[in-house]
Design a binder for this molecule. Structure first.
Ligand SMILES: Nc1ncnc2c1ncn2[C@@H]1O[C@H](COP(=O)(O)OP(=O)(O)OP(=O)(O)O)[C@@H](O)[C@H]1O
Ligand SMILES: [Mg+2]
Length: 254
C-alpha cells in the first residue's frame, strides 16, 4: 500500500444522528488534498473522526498501514498526525514561545528546543514576536502560530480545518503560501476550506463532500474548473471563470 492515509467506508454519528455515510478518502505522502463542501455537510466531523475525537461507527482508517479506530487521539497524534482545529487553536493568554513549548510537550527538552528553533526559522514572524501573547496576535499571525504548534511534532500528515477563516485576502494569501511551504518539506496536508479557489490552487487533489458523502473527487485543477461544482455545491465563490491566484512570493516578516 502506498497511501499514507486510507479511509474506507467510514460512517460517523453523533448519537443516533449519522453525519458521515460511507466515505472513502486517500492521502499519499507529501500530497496536499482539499476537502470541499457546503456548511454542515460533515467536513469537520470527518476530520475529527480520523483524529479520534468523534467515534466512527463503521469503516476503516489506515495510517501507514495501521488501523486507527481503536486508538485514542493522543496515540494517533504520536504516530505522526497533526491537527489545527477550526476554532480555539492557540492558547491566547500564553506567549508564542509558550504555545510552541506546549505543542512539543511530549518531546525531550533537547528535542523540543531543536524543534522550536526549526519553527522559528520556518516562520520568522514568530521568531520576532516570541514573547508576545498569542491573544494579541492578528488572526493571520495566530493561524501561523497554530500551524507551527502542530508542526513541532514533525507530523507526516497535517489536518488544517478552515485555515483562512476570518482572514483578509492578503493574510489568507500568506497563510496559503505557508501551507505550500510546509508541504514542500514533505508533510502531507489535508485542508478543509471555504476559500475554494485558493485551496484548489495549491492542492494536488480534492474531494467534494455533500451531506456526508463524497460526490466528486479528482485532480484539484479539474475540480476547480468543473461547472457542476460551482453551480450545485459551492455557491457564489465558484461562479464564473476561476481566476488565477496571485503568484506566491516569499513573505516579508510583518
Ligand atoms: N458535537 C455535535 N453533536 C451533534 N451534532 C453535531 C456536533 N457537531 C456537529 N454536528 C452536526 O453535524 C453536522 C456536520 O457538522 P460539521 O461541523 O462536521 O460540518 P462542516 O462541514 O464542518 O460545516 P462548516 O463548513 O460550517 O464548518 C451538522 O449538522 C452539525 O450540526
Ligand atoms: Mg467545519
Amino acid at each position: 500500500m502506498t497511501a499514507l492515509l486510507q479511509v474506507r467506508g467510514l460512517h460517523c454519528a453523533y448519537g443516533a444522528d449519522e453525519i458521515i455515510h460511507g466515505v472513502d478518502i486517500e492521502v499519499s505522502p507529501g500530497e496536499i488534498v482539499t476537502i470541499l463542501g457546503p456548511n454542515g455537510c460533515g467536513k469537520t466531523t470527518l476530520v475529527k473522526s480520523i483524529l479520534g475525537f468523534v467515534r466512527a461507527t463503521r469503516g476503516e482508517i489506515y495510517f501507514r498501514d495501521r488501523e486507527l479506530r481503536q486508538l485514542r487521539p493522543t496515540e494517533r497524534a504520536a504516530l505522526g498526525i497533526g491537527y489545527v482545529p477550526q476554532l480555539l487553536n492557540t492558547f491566547k493568554p500564553l506567549t508564542i514561545a509558550e504555545n510552541l513549548e506546549i505543542g512539543g510537550y511530549r518531546l525531550r527538552r533537547s528535542e523540543r528546543n531543536a524543534a522550536m528553533a526549526r519553527m522559528l526559522a520556518l516562520f520568522p514572524l514568530l521568531a520576532e514576536r516570541r514573547s508576545q501573547l498569542a491573544g494579541t496576535l492578528s488572526g493571520g499571525e495566530r493561524q501561523v502560530l497554530a500551524m507551527a504548534r502542530a508542526l513541532i511534532m514533525s507530523p507526516c500528515l497535517l489536518f488544517l480545518d478552515e485555515p483562512s477563516a476570518g482572514l483578509s485576502p492578503l493574510r489568507a494569501h500568506e497563510v496559503f503560501q505557508h501551507i505550500r511551504d510546509i508541504a514542500a518539506t514533505g508533510t502531507a496536508i489535508v485542508i478543509v476550506e471555504q476559500d475554494v479557489q485558493r485551496a484548489l490552487a495549491i492542492s494536488n487533489r480534492a474531494y467534494v463532500l455533500v451531506t456526508g458523502q463524497v460526490v466528486m473527487q479528482g485532480p484539484a485543477a479539474s475540480i476547480a474548473t468543473d461547472e457542476r461544482i460551482g453551480r450545485a455545491y459551492l455557491g457564489a465563490k465558484m461562479r464564473g471563470p476561476v481566476s488565477k491566484p496571485p503568484p506566491l512570493t516569499p513573505i516579508a516578516p510583518a
